[in-house]
Design a protein around this ligand. Structure first.
Ligand code: PEP
Ligand code: MG
Length: 781
């Protein structure tokens, strides 16, 4: 079978499996559907799934297409027994032609498998524990090729998560009593939170407070990012005024069409034409006569417009989901999106705010998802206020890169703030004033003017190189995520891009971008930086970054789970396509390729292998690409710290991802306010690890760029340059301040201070010492 066809099989089968899961919640039925689908797609006579019994040693035939159905549930073998057991024991694929001639072959009369002359078995895992085996067999003798093994491995991965989830659900049901108890406890906790919120409400001055995520002062009207309204919120109305409802519908459809045209235009400007194309499809649906007629018919039957919408859209979604054709099936998600937007207009909900602010406003939300940030118009956002605590989340990281003040964990914000309320955000103390007295406003206006003057003063640093007082050159690059970050980065004088988080453009879309789309985007970034390097990081989804069209499995610990390069390596086609686009962009300027979340040499080798495959594909397709793009890995998992010397044999540079490294080293979730005091960049262990990586890498002649958020803190900068780091990447608005700061510090003094704190045992001691230094340093600002 040709290679491209095989890769397609992998991806389309995965999509089909996702659709099957939607249709069924029963594990046996799902597995039966999966084996039928996989046998058809892989063109084999047999596909079977064996699952491990609770005793952890017995594999039991759980579903089969091609073997006798009577064998299901009966045929068992031990781990290590037969070829299937061997795949589970050896934890890798077993592909054999004429399996009956193999010494480990074991025959089961019940299955009728003597007719089959080829065998491919791939183990299934739950995290690292064996879970079962998926087996393919064919009547003709044949060897399964590399691509088929890779496609089946990806499918195996998805099946594993289905099994794990189904078992989880099962155990949840069994422990209903327990969960009841837990939910009662949660209710109590919620009551106490609400009590706290009431305290806030009674605050006569209408001042709320939270944690500063990005400093600065902002004054302006509030825009509330409403929580998405769902169809479940619609109530069936008994008595409706048909004419009024028909009119309502007409006006909601019209508004939705206009908004969709705006959306299309804005996404085309901020991302690309092809990203915006999805809204064109939405317009077609909105203007489709039969869609409109169905809605009208429901209303004429005596239902409200909202109810008619819910019913019609749900029918469409259901019908789309059942379609064979991939393209049509994907339209189900579009229908949902359109339905929600019409609904928002019907009930007068300002859902349009999620993408379009009428004038510069302070955005108030329970939570801002990275995909919201990808879609919002950053020119119109003056500041961000969230109720949830997400100081180190990607939404806040993006706010920082746009230079927008942000306060998080502002309890009671949504309850106390109405749209267009006058707000003052004090992003140094973490205070938020709602409709404040004129005197307070004036005071902050003065502060804001000072701040603007300060920014103008820092402007002078934009075109100057970053340099310490004694002339040591330091490189400061920008962390970017969206096309609109390019201008911000240039405005603040970044020397190229040290970290391009490619997941954000993926988030603002309806499906995976193809090679051309990705190339267009990366090439645009590279060309804009005119000869300055751009480090493009491959997809880093999972953790707190999801894609609307690629739902990750439900996991207890997503940050420890199936995220980042792990997802990429399990979806090789998607991974290879992205690498191809990056290598192509390398032809347009100095690109560096960066892999996130690397935790082993094997993973690194696997990534390098995918680069080779990508090059071969590009060569085969006759496309221009750069053959000497430097390759780097992120050091953000503690295991990678220990492997720097070995990794240096395989890669050209390292990027220190301290946001994750700190959370993994200190076992403190970067987004969890309950443990934020444990998430400490100045923890002696963190500093020692950073030193270890810097020292080892530079002794081996490899570059290291620190691209976590701690690079933007002048307090830590003194230690970082003292320990030998010379290259940093940060949200661009911090660059002028850091340049100004560096001008007042000599490298010699920084080294001396680093040596002093190196021996210290606690972060308090370190912090105190730094405070004393800072008082002495002639600050440049
Ligand atoms: C990091 O972990 O430090 C990093 C830069 O990556 P991200 O914040 O995107 O996880
Ligand atoms: Mg990271």
């Amino acid at each position: 079978m040709p290679r491209s066809q095989n890769s397609k099989i992998g991806v389309t089968t995965l999509e089909d499996i996702s659709a099957l899961i939607l249709q069924s919640h029963d594990l046996d039925e799902t597995l039966r559907n999966i084996v039928t689908l996989v046998a058809k797609r892989m063109r084999t006579n047999v596909c079977s799934i064996y699952l491990l019994d609770p005793d952890n040693v017995t594999l039991r035939l759980q579903a089969t297409k091609g073997l006798s159905s009577k064998a299901v549930g009966k045929v068992t073998l031990q781990i290590g027994e037969g070829l299937t057991g061997m795949a589970a024991q050896k934890r890798h694929a077993i592909a054999i032609e004429e399996p009956q001639e193999h010494p480990s072959y074991r025959y089961f009369k019940e299955t009728g498998e003597e007719r089959f002359h080829s065998f491919l078995g791939i183990p299934l895992f739950d995290r690292n524990n064996p879970l079962g085996v998926i087996v393919l067999q064919t009547k003709e003798p044949r060897q399964f090729n590399k691509e088929e093994i890779s496609a089946l491995s990806t499918i195996a991965f998805q099946i594993s998560s289905i099994v794990v989830n189904a078992r989880l659900l099962d155990s949840i049901r069994k422990h209903e009593q327990e969960s009841k108890r837990v939910s009662q406890a949660l209710d109590k906790a919620q009551e106490s939170i609400e009590l706290h919120a009431n305290d806030v409400e009674e605050n006569p001055q209408n001042v709320l407070s939270g944690n500063v995520a990005y400093p600065g002062v902002a004054i302006g009207p509030a825009a509330i990012l409403e929580e998405r309204l769902g169809f479940a919120d619609i109530l069936h109305e008994e008595e409706v005024d048909v004419q009024a409802e028909l009119k309502n519908l007409e006006s909601a459809l019209e508004k939705t069409c206009i908004q969709t045209i705006f959306l299309e235009k804005r996404v085309a400007e901020r991302l690309s034409e092809s990203d915006a194309a999805i809204f064109h499809t939405h317009l077609m649906i909105l203007e489709d006569r039969s869609f409109i007629k169905k809605l009208q018919d429901e209303i004429n039957d005596g239902h409200s417009a909202a109810y008619a919408l819910e019913k019609t859209v749900s029918n469409y979604i259901e019908a789309f989901e059942k379609m064979e054709d991939n393209y049509l099936r994907e339209r189900a998600a579009d229908m949902e999106d359109i339905g929600r937007r019409i609904l928002a207009n019907l009930v007068g909900d300002t859902a349009d705010q999620t993408l379009h602010l009428k004038h510069p406003s302070i955005l108030v939300a329970r939570q801002i998802l990275p995909s919201d940030m990808a879609a919002l118009d950053n020119e119109q956002i003056l500041a961000i206020i969230t109720e949830d605590s997400e100081k180190n989340s990607h939404a806040v990281i993006m706010a920082k890169s746009m230079g927008i003040p942000a306060i998080v964990a502002v309890r009671g914000a949504l309850k106390n703030i109405a749209p267009e309320d006058d707000l003052v955000v004090d992003g140094s103390s973490g205070k938020l004033y709602i409709n404040p007295l004129e005197t307070i406003k004036e005071e902050y206006q003065r502060l804001q003017d000072d701040q603007n003057r300060e920014l103008c003063r820092l402007e002078e640093y934009r075109d100057q190189p970053a340099m310490t007082a004694d002339g040591q050159r330091i490189i400061l690059r920008a962390n970017i995520g969206l096309i609109s970050d390019i201008n911000v980065a240039k405005r603040f004088g970044a020397e190229g891009v040290g970290l391009y988080r490619t997941e954000f453009p993926y988030m603002a879309r309806g499906d995976f971008p193809n090679r051309e789309d990705q190339y267009e985007l990366y090439s645009k970034v590279v060309k804009e930086f005119k000869g300055q390097p751009v480090t493009i990081r491959t997809l880093d989804i999972g953790g707190d970054k999801g894609l609307p069209y690629f739902s990750p499995p439900k996991e207890d610990n997503p940050f420890m789970g199936w995220r980042s390069v792990r997802v990429s390596l399990d979806n090789r086609d998607i991974f290879r396509t992205q690498i191809e686009a990056i290598l192509m962009a390398g032809n347009d300027g100095p690109v560096k390729l960066l892999f996130p979340m690397i935790s082993s040499l094997d993973e690194t080798r696997a990534c390098l292998e995918v680069i080779e495959e990508a090059k071969q594909n590009l060569m085969k397709d006759g496309l221009a690409y750069s053959d000497d793009v430097p390759i780097g890995v992120m050091i953000e998992v503690p295991a990678a710290v220990r492997l720097v010397a070995q990794l240096a044999n395989h890669v050209d540079f390292f990027a220190l991802g301290t946001n994750d490294l700190i959370q993994y080293l200190l076992a403190a979730d970067r987004n969890n306010p309950l443990v934020s005091k444990y998430y400490d960049p100045l923890h002696p262990a963190v500093l020692q690890v950073l030193y270890e990586v810097t020292d080892t890498a530079s002794s081996l002649g490899k570059g290291v760029c620190l691209c976590g958020e701690m690079a933007s803190d002048p307090l830590t900068m003194i230690l970082l340059i003292g320990m030998g780091l010379r290259e940093f990447s940060m949200p661009a608005p911090f660059i002028p301040r850091i340049k100004a700061f560096l001008k007042g510090v000599s490298l010699e003094v920084a080294c001396k201070h680093y040596t002093e704190i190196h021996a210290m045992e606690s972060s308090n001691q370190i912090r105190q010492h730094l405070g004393e230094i800072l008082e002495d340093v002639e600050l440049g600002y």
